[in-house]
Design a protein around this ligand. Sequence first.
Ligand SMILES: Cc1cc2nc3c(=O)[nH]c(=O)nc-3n(C[C@H](O)[C@H](O)[C@H](O)COP(=O)(O)O)c2cc1C
Length: 334
Amino acid sequence: MARANAATSHRLCVAPMMEWTDRHCRYIHRLLAPNARLYTEMVTTGALIHGPRDRLLAHTGAEHPVALQLGGCDPQALATCARFGAEAGFDEINLNLGCPSDRVQAGRIGACLMAEPQLVADCLRAMVAAADVPVTIKCRLGIDRDDNFEFLARLVAAAADAGVRTVVVHARKAILKGMTPAQNRSIPPLDYERVHRLKGAFPDLAIVLNGGLDSVAAVRPHLEALDGVMIGRAAYQNPWLLAALDASLFGTTPPSDRRLIVVALVPYIDAHVANGGRLHDVTRHVHGLFNGCPGARAFRRHLAEHGHRAGAGSEVLLAAAGRVMPNLATCSSA
Ligand SMILES: Cc1cc2nc3c(=O)[nH]c(=O)nc-3n(C[C@H](O)[C@H](O)[C@H](O)COP(=O)(O)O)c2cc1C
């Protein structure tokens, strides 16, 4: 199936999510959405420079287009890591300007950097000079009391001046004190209008909307004005949504049966287990695959009960899929 300008398009993106969008998850998402742009979990510059670099950058050819998300605030370290990412084969390097957790704030990483547009510009300029792939940002609408259009526009102008052409906006502000990251993903209200206004002010930039998008119907109207959408929790919890979105946005034909995804995973799992990996590393990302289908609960239960067993392999996943009713026409659609 031909990919619609997938190398450059941000029309459909799957959000970076720590602990979730690891390489196994991305492999599964690619099976479901041939045209989506996938993002890694955030990797800090410290981890990449001093830690297990090969493991942190590991990905397979099947994942492209795939972006590496970096967390950091030191221009030189970010430049080094952007170069590592480009050399490892990533198609894009994304700078995290949206994470509100205390831990990253302590390292001056994530959303708190939105208050320092000059430092952000220095970081981005160094990254652009070091990497021969596009450098992008993912930010919030604002932080704390800096919650107005001018604050966002100032940051985006600084990023554009540094060579950024694509901006992903999680359409709610971040509250930096007194809220957990999970609360920060649901309590500050969404304001899609401000992201549309951003596109009006920066028509030459690709503006990608993120936050709260959970169906084809929710996504469609935004794409009339914006360049793309990024889906996070809904894609992870209900992976079939990705097949429905890819079909709707790119005209691809989704697999006729969700169990075909399971079948396609068998050789991948067999190779992973043969290399000493655990079945659960892969199957933890497919628990929601049959949501809305008769038998979905039995599928999840079978994986939960048998997926952790020592020596468990792809036969466990196949048996779990056998619990799903054959008549998938009865599944509710995304
Ligand atoms: C478990 C989890 C981990 C996340 N980790 C990251 C991350 O590493 N980098 C990042 O920019 N955003 C991260 N996010 C935020 C998402 O990328 C996204 O902006 C947010 O969930 C809103 O989109 P959604 O409503 O479609 O889920 C994370 C979200 C979740 C649920």
